[in-house]
Design a protein around this ligand. Sequence first.
Ligand code: ATP
Length: 224
Amino acid sequence: MDIEFEGAGVSFGARVALQPLTLSISGKRIGVIGLNGSGKTTFARLINGLTKPTVGRVTVNGRDTADERTAAADVGFIFQSPENQIIMPIVRDDIAFGLKRRGFTKAEIEAKVEGVLARFGAEALAGRRAHELSGGELQVAALCSVLATGPGILILDEPTNQLDLKNRALVEGIIAGLAESAIVITHDLELIAGFERVLLFHEGRLAADAPATEAIARYREIVL
Ligand SMILES: Nc1ncnc2c1ncn2[C@@H]1O[C@H](COP(=O)(O)OP(=O)(O)OP(=O)(O)O)[C@@H](O)[C@H]1O
């Protein structure tokens, strides 16, 4: 992955959510940490074009994310509350939904749905009703729906939020094993403890861009 922030910043009226930022991101695992309201989600939403920069620009693999035609093509996003991104009542139909929109044939869709569920050993979820799933199952279902379409980059916004120890371990294992590049926004510092690159945001600014140990130490210094 190649993500470039070129003086990209976001303001909502008089409120600056993210100060203009110039940054290159590549590599397999990037952690994003910081206090509530520090700009983490705004930073992530710029990468898939959900939020447009009010100054500067952001490109993903050379494509401007503010351009409607190319926005989000390479970037999958798992939201803080994955129940809000599941559209169809049954898990297999939800995974198929994004594939249908991309014009795959029925046979291709079936193969991809099966393939992605098998990848996570989640075949048993295929016929389940999404609204009946546990928090961990819901994370897995959302991951399947997003990964089925083949994005090269995955953004996970607080993926272990509200998960019990077992489901947290499940999601941690899945993240560790992803072939895709992953940007992980989290308050769960253990989750990103092994990452070589962690971005710390504070009051809308990038306060550290360093290996996890260093970024976490800086975070403690700033807030404790
Ligand atoms: N659509 C919006 N309209 C107005 N202000 C916004 C909007 N989205 C975010 N903000 C503000 O921008 C700032 C950064 O928010 P952001 O969601 O990026 O923080 P965060 O670090 O992800 O927080 P959290 O850890 O609580 O999820 C906050 O002050 C927030 O209130």
